[in-house]
Design a protein around this ligand. Structure first.
Ligand code: ADP
Ligand code: MG
Length: 700
């Protein structure tokens, strides 16, 4: 089937709705989607009926309210369309407006961070009519999937989507206020556009299943480096191997059918690592679609005898995976507020937006960092592959130079231009190059007409980074508007404000190498926060500043923020506890026995050789001595890890507990790993109980 025919085939999109819904119904829905407000029940009934009929034509038997609780996964419960059988044993198939709009899963087992006691188990799923419903096919048959928000009985958000939708409304209002200052009377709303690049690893399923660490924790907890890693850079952008190509082909088709505009695919830096990027969409649809992408990557892999690993750091010493979040703001009539145009030095509106963003990111660097906090990301951020845990903004030469002019003189009178690219080859067409080169080491980079937030983890939802971006942009825009709306001479006041913001927040701009040690020192001098780990980052959520930001905007109440912080700590505790237990089992039941088995073999050989009296078993003794050292170290480290984990488990305050896991359990895990990885390099490979790094990443 052709791609354009296939695209959106399984989606209840505008084209389908226009064809099936009475015009006034479609228009009412359209109005709610654009302006917000309530859909009346009669209208919802008509939409529900058509949605159901359409889904049944596609073979669907069930519908589900699909939501994103704070588990890091999506959740769903399936209901068949059938109603109670009639007297003569017939059923009719139904979906009422009420059922479309509101669902009530028994929600007591989802994380609520103390918002709900289990006896107050009510939670509601509420239809998000801005994200299209679609049909999904799997072993359950075909199911109509309805994207929903998930809230408690008292209206607190228990999910990723609710705050995202709230933040989108706030940034829209603030951005409209801002463009009005420049005489724009036509734009009605502004939407954040988001494009999410997804990195992942593909492994052979059988080999994956042979490693309990991968199965239980998503990453390897042991494993010596193979002789060859990624240093040759021969995988990056390399030809895609046939088995992977077949997989990607099917992933793309599934995504296109669901209306996900999958666009780019390539091999990533590490062997067995790949990337998929769709074309950007409105923030909440992009975030939903990213969940669909992760699900499809996993499902299709199973069908191909493969396993898609989305963990941020599946292999120590090998590049980890992230998720780049490209973000911009666009009006309903197509004006991208982050587009500098040809002459940014004359584009006052762009300069104001830029100055506001610098202020926003500088003021709330800790929150932005927190939004990328994730147990797996702790192993990646700050290592030499992902941006450091320090937030800074990369502007590029052109805009930084413009900013310097503004700070110095109050305005910019010229800009650096890109010019022609000289290849030295006559037959190559001349191309214009960008005014600035890229910087891969920056966590927050301006890339032409958007910001790219590069810290997010590959497994994590990117709802939180987008909530933070929308919220901090809205706050900065509103604060600027509060001042500028009162000004007698708008232009003078605006220029002064831009200059002031840029001077005050210049410290957040950094164009150099973010991976270098000098930057860490320089950032400390500048007073920028360096929140290295998840547990260091979580308190940012509940700071006075954060409560004010989110509270004023109506995005999170204090209670919601506290509950989220609590869930983050709980998540950390649970994840590290599972890792520790997995390590204990693997060490105790697989690696230490394998080491002892080899030691036994060596001992037998020594006895045998020495019995002959011809020579000494020097080599065997030498290896045995080294192995004995590792064995002893592993045994001691295992006992120590058992002890410290038990202590951690007994703690009651979740914040203290999380810190204890971070400060004492994680280092104890490293102590156990080291001697076992060392032993892997000297033990007969036939005796090693799990597939090696080389088996896993070079032989897919
Ligand atoms: P990169 O610059 O990272 O090599 P691209 O420029 O192709 O890659 O874009 C990466 C992602 O950013 C894609 O998902 C793309 O659709 C998205 N993107 C492009 N323009 C915008 C924009 N104005 N706003 C948000 N996302 C965008
Ligand atoms: Mg990118």
């Amino acid at each position: 089937m052709k791609v354009d025919v296939m695209f959106g085939e399984e989606v209840f999109n505008d084209r389908v709705m226009k064809a099936r819904l009475p015009r006034d119904v479609f228009e009412k829905l359209q109005l709610v989607r654009e302006e917000g407000g309530q859909l009346d029940l009669a209208t919802a009934d008509v939409i529900a009926r058509e949605m159901k009929d359409w889904a049944i034509e596609k073979g669907a038997t069930h519908y589900t309210h699909w939501f994103q609780p704070l588990t890091g996964m999506t959740a769903e419960k399936h209901d068949a369309f059938i109603s109670a059988p009639t007297q003569d044993g017939q059923v009719v198939l139904n979906l009422s407006g009420k059922e479309l709009i509101k669902g009530e899963p028994d929600a007591s087992s989802f994380p609520s961070g103390g918002i709900r006691a289990t006896f107050e188990a009510r939670g509601y799923t509420i239809w998000d009519c801005t994200s299209p419903a679609f049909v999904r096919r799997d072993e359950c048959g075909a199911i109509l999937v309805i994207p929903t928000a998930f809230c408690s009985y008292t209206g607190e958000a228990l999910d990723q989507k609710t705050p995202l939708l709230r933040s989108m409304e706030k940034v829209s209002q603030a951005a409209i206020r801002l463009v009005r200052l420049f005489g724009n009377t036509t734009s009605q709303h502004v939407k954040p556009s988001v494009g999410i690049e997804q990195e992942y690893f593909i492994l052979d399923r059988q080999k994956y299943l042979a490693r309990r660490d991968l199965v239980f924790t998503g990453r390897t907890l042991f494993g010596a480096m193979p002789p060859k890693g990624q240093e040759m850079d021969d995988h990056y952008f390399g030809t895609i191997r046939p088995r992977i190509a077949a997989y990607m082909h099917e992933v793309n088709e599934e995504l296109w059918k669901k209306g996900v505009p999958s666009k780019t695919q390539h091999n990533e830096v590490a062997p067995a690592q790949h990337e998929l990027a769709p074309i950007f969409e409105t923030a909440n649809v992009a975030v939903d679609h990213n969940q669909v992408i992760m699900q499809i990557l996993r499902r299709v892999a199973t069908r191909h005898g493969l396993k898609c690993v989305l963990h941020e750091k599946p292999f120590a010493g090998v590049n980890g995976s992230g998720k780049h979040n490209n973000w911009s703001l666009t009006t309903d009539d197509g004006i991208n507020l982050l587009n500098p145009g040809k002459n940014p030095h004359q584009n006052l509106q762009f300069q104001l937006v830029l100055a506001c963003m610098l202020k926003a990111v500088d003021t709330h660097a800790d929150l932005l960092r927190e939004s990328a906090a994730d147990v797996g990301n702790d192993l990646r951020l700050g290592a030499n592959e992902a941006p450091p845990a320090i937030i800074s903004v990369f502007l590029g030469e052109q805009l930084e130079e413009m900013m310097d002019q503004i700070i110095e003189t109050g305005s910019a009178d010229h800009i650096l231009k890109g010019g022609k690219l000289e290849t030295g080859v006559g037959s190559l067409t001349d191309v214009h190059k960008d005014a600035t080169d890229r910087n891969r080491t920056s966590p927050f980079a301006f890339t032409g007409n958007k910001f790219e937030f590069r810290m997010a983890g590959s497994r994590d939802s990117v709802a939180s980074p987008n909530v933070v971006l929308n919220a901090i942009a809205a706050e900065a825009f509103n604060e600027a508007c509060d001042e500028l709306e009162k000004a007698d001479d708008f232009e003078t006041a605006c220029r002064a404000l831009i200059r002031r913001y840029m001077s005050e927040h210049k410290r957040i701009v950094f164009n150099g190498n973010g991976y270098s040690d000098e930057w860490v020192e320089e950032a400390t001098r500048r007073g920028l926060p360096n929140l290295r780990s998840m547990v260091d980052a979580i308190p940012a959520l509940t700071s006075e500043k954060s409560i004010r930001l989110f509270g004023n905007a109506g995005i999170f109440t204090k209670v919601e923020l506290e509950s989220r912080a609590e869930i983050q700590y709980e998540t950390y505790v649970k994840a590290i506890n599972i890792e520790s237990l997995t390590m204990q089992q693997m060490a105790g039941r697989q690696f230490i026995p394998a080491m002892m088995a080899y030691a036994g073999e060596l001992g037998e050989q020594i006895a045998l050789v020495e019995k002959t009296g011809i020579c000494e078993a020097y080599v065997q003794r030498d290896i045995l001595t080294e192995l004995g050292r590792h064995l002893e170290a592993a045994h001691k480290a295992l006992r120590a890890l058992e002890k410290v984990t038990k202590e951690a488990q007994a703690m009651t305050d979740v914040r203290e507990q999380a810190n204890f896991y971070h400060e004492l359990v994680v280092p104890a895990m490293e102590e156990l790993r080291a001697p076992i990885d060392a032993a892997e390099l000297i033990v007969d490979e036939k005796l090693w109980p799990v597939p090696s790094y080389a088996d896993l990443i070079f032989e897919v």
